[in-house]
Write a protein that binds this ligand. Structure first.
Ligand SMILES: [Mn+2]
Length: 328
């Protein structure tokens, strides 16, 4: 499957203006893909804006914005209240990096009459955005990878720094080109290098707080290998993790000898505990997560549980793994 670049182009050309919106808590893939689409609209001579309600951004995104500013790359960034009365019947909304109505920057924007949704997340239960055209493909590593296919098909070369931000989006979503990476992913990266993306700038963008890194390392250092091929790490009792933190820890643990599947359990809310599961492909972690009320993909799955303790969930997971082992 691939995105129909000509269809997307036609929607843009037939619109009066384009509003570009990703999920809340903008990350580098959401920002990178948004900037790619913004550039596409500008190249096609369209009025476009990024709809961003978030006031605070994670470090990489904040750094991207200040650098774009310094480089005088002029972006139209608006809140919904600023564009509300300018929406007409031919306004086009392009939603990126999510397909869930409740995750977007502002749900009110979904009243825009024409919507294109582009995403790479697993289609879960629950509502998805009603769109005129949608392309949701789990096999693609990132939203950026999909947008590059659009840009390269239309022969559009973007600004070097935007290319770097897009490369960072792929880098984060693939855990440094380790997971979900295909020929298409590397072709996408090659295209970004052609546009002038640099690894040096990428490294600056991805710098993180030493504390955050150490927190993940502490969780990893206390992880336990069980039955020679599974590894389980448990987060700290009094610490709330982003789902991305749990995923990053599971991704890292796949690098260890013997490990075929990894699980990270951690509090993601005061009364919600999440598990992020990863596999190299020989063990189906989706089936394991389904037994705990979750889901996902064979090598990439997760769940969320309420009303239990970290230790209680660790024991449940362990017993599911033991039963599985007995059945092998
Ligand atoms: Mn993404």
């Amino acid at each position: 499957m691939h995105i129909e670049a000509d269809v997307v182009k036609e929607y843009i050309e037939n619109s009066t203006q384009v509003v570009i919106m990703a999920h809340r808590n903008l990350d580098l893939d959401a920002l990178g893909s948004s900037l790619g689409v913004y550039y596409l609209c500008k190249t096609l001579g369209k009025k476009a804006c990024l709809l961003i309600e978030d006031d605070q951004h994670e470090a990489g995104v904040a750094r991207s914005f200040s650098e774009l500013n310094r480089l005088k790359i002029n972006l139209q960034i608006k809140k919904f209240s600023q564009i509300e009365n300018k929406i007409d019947a031919k306004t086009l909304l392009i939603v990126l990096d999510t397909h869930m109505p409740n995750l977007v920057q502002n749900e009110l924007a979904l009243q825009i009459p024409n919507i294109i949704t582009i995403d790479h997340h697993i289609i879960g239960e629950g509502n998805r955005i009603a769109s005129s055209y949608e392309y949701i493909e789990y096999e693609q590593s990132s939203s950026v990878e999909i947008i590059i296919e659009l840009l390269s098909h239309l022969n559009i070369y973007i600004h070097p720094y935007i290319a770097t931000i897009m490369l960072a989006g792929i880098f984060i979503d693939t855990n440094g080109f380790f997971s979900k990476t295909s020929k298409k992913t590397h072709e996408g990266a090659a295209y970004l290098y052609l546009c002038g993306a640099t690894l040096k700038e990428l490294q600056y963008l991805l710098k993180e707080d030493i504390e955050k890194y150490n927190d993940r390392q502490r969780v990893i250092s206390e992880s336990k290998i069980i039955n020679n091929q599974f590894i389980i790490a448990v987060g700290h009792e009094h610490y709330l993790y982003d789902k991305e933190d749990l995923a990053k820890i599971s991704d890292t643990m796949l690098l260890f000898n013997q490990v075929e599947a990894s699980f990270t359990i951690g509090k993601i809310d005061t009364d919600t505990i999440g598990i992020s599961a990863r596999s190299l492909g020989n063990i189906n972690v989706q089936m394991i997560m389904e037994q705990l009320g979750g889901g996902g993909h064979a090598s990439d799955a997760a769940t969320q549980l309420n009303g239990d303790t970290l230790e209680g969930i660790r024991l449940k997971l362990k017993s599911i793994i033991n039963k599985l082992e007995g059945g092998l």
